[in-house]
Design a protein around this ligand. Structure first.
Ligand code: BGP
Length: 463
């Protein structure tokens, strides 16, 4: 029987803006997430007194974290991925002194995890940045934002160095190409050149955070975080194959910079061919040489690439404009389910970077039905997770170094793309609907017991 390594970290992943709520409590400032009530692709809405959005309360993790962490512990989690809301620490982003109430909150959160021996894996920026930095400086379009981020990173490294040893810089850093406001604080219709310049600033900031982490927490490890957007050629036509290579490079490029410490040649050519001029200073080049210790990524689906323009037209409007794969089925939200793709991706990334890999998001968003007796029989979720974990085990057997697996949304959260809660990922159900009605009470789904057994057996119960 193939097992997972003894040191394998098992758990779940959540993000501050999708769970905490309390969006103005404890001196917190407004973030880009707070002004996008309709989700990461949504319009920016200036907040006015008295208005409300689902994420304002989310699942109230800010107040209920002890109960939720007790439930994660009951499932046997050895790891929980969380993010720090930058705006709890620096509400406007450009302050010189951090907000003590925000720092104290995460102290309590990490202490609670320590009580159960759960290792925190902490993302510095998960789909949010201070709205103040966007309004006053133009977000990551400004070089000054690098310094503000570095101050924030150094502040939290120094404060939590004894409690947090595993860190991630920017969540799905490659998403900026599809959602510039969420990724880099730029308007949706920004020119490509402006987006790549902002991305460059963020890559430099990520490298400076790596350097700071190594200085401040010598026994710590820091990784990047990529949206693992695996693309297949739709046919074996050589042009389709090359197109798929390029499409994969459009996101792997972020990892190339973060793992190898410099821009790859294919990207410099892309800039040249498209008349994109990115200012990269000598100091930037030097900064980029601080490379990550490990690579983390999310994986939900795969997609296909074609050079057939008619098919591409049809695909526009799909998530990331991917062409459908006729060999796969899809979730209710049209995300194509591909467990073997996860094994392929793990092998691909290991071959490419030879650094440990951490799957920090994977899961099935689905509508759950609460039965009359209160039970929730989410066999579809169990099947999805089982099939993906079987492929993770195969990849480990292939020789890939996999540090751990944190499934997305171990408790129902507000979705990132649409800001709805009816798209549920959890092992734990939260009584709340898309209109904000419900008691917020937590209950265990069938998958709760399934995941508990998988963890306890270190994968032996997988089928
Ligand atoms: C990733 C994000 C998460 C998460 C997940 C699921 O892109 O990092 O924040 O939400 O996707 O997406 P959704 O919530 O839209 O279903």
């Amino acid at each position: 029987m193939k097992l997972f390594p003894k040191s394998f970290l098992w758990g779940g992943a959540i993000a501050a803006n999708q769970v905490e709520g309390a969006y103005l409590e404890g001196g917190k400032g407004l973030s880009t997430s707070d002004v996008q009530p309709k989700g990461v692709f949504g319009d920016v809405v200036e907040r006015v007194a008295g208005d409300s959005a689902l994420k304002d309360v989310a699942i109230d993790f800010y107040h209920r974290y002890p109960e939720d962490i007790a439930l994660f512990a009951e499932m046997g989690f050895s790891c929980l991925r969380v993010s720090i809301a930058w705006t709890r620490i620096f509400p406007n982003g450009d302050e010189t002194t951090p907000n003590e109430a925000g720092l104290a909150y995460y102290d309590k959160l990490f202490d609670e995890l320590a009580k159960y021996g759960i290792t925190p894996l902490v993302t510095l920026s998960h789909y949010e940045m201070p709205w103040g930095l966007v309004k006053q400086y133009g977000g990551w379009g400004s070089r000054q934002t690098i310094g503000f981020f570095e101050r924030y990173a150094r502040t939290v490294f120094s404060r939590y160095k004894a409690k947090v040893k595993l860190w991630l810089t920017f969540n799905e850093i490659n998403m900026s190409l599809h959602a510039p406001m969420t990724g880099v604080g730029l308007p949706e219709n920004s020119r490509k050149e402006a987006v790549y310049q902002a991305i460059h600033h963020q890559l430099v900031a990520s490298a400076l955070a790596v350097k700071a982490c190594h200085e401040i927490i010598p026994d710590g490890k820091i990784g990047n975080m990529l949206l693992g957007g695996l693309m297949y050629p739709l046919t074996c036509k050589p042009e389709d194959v090359f197109e798929a290579l390029q499409e994969n490079r459009s996101w792997q490029f972020f990892g190339d910079v973060q793992c190898r410490g410099a821009y790859p040649g294919y990207m410099l050519r892309y800039f040249r061919d498209n008349g994109i001029c990115v200012e990269i200073t000598a100091a930037d080049r030097e900064a980029l040489t601080s490379t990550v210790d490990f690579i983390s990524f999310s994986y939900y689906m795969s997609g296909c690439v074609t050079t057939d323009e008619a098919l591409n037209q049809l695909a526009r409007g799909n998530i990331l404009s991917m062409v459908q794969n006729p060999h796969l089925t899809s979730s209710e939200w049209g995300w194509q389910i591909d467990p073997v793709g996860l094994r392929t991706l793990l092998n691909m990334l290991w071959d490419r970077w030879q650094k440990p890999l951490f799957i920090v998001e994977n899961g099935l968003g689905a509508k759950d039905k609460v039965e009359a007796d209160g039970s929730i029989n989410d066999d579809y979720r169990i099947a999805y997770l089982n099939d993906h974990l079987v492929q993770v085990r195969e990849a480990i057997d292939d020789g890939v170094d996999v540090m751990g697996y944190t499934s997305w949304g171990p408790i129902d959260v507000v979705s990132a793309s649409k800001a709805e809660i009816s798209k549920r990922y959890g092992f734990i159900y939260v009584d709340r609907d898309d209109n904000g009605n419900g008691t917020l009470a937590r209950s265990r789904k069938k998958s709760f017991y399934w995941y508990r057994d998988v963890i306890a057996s270190n994968g032996a119960t997988l089928k």
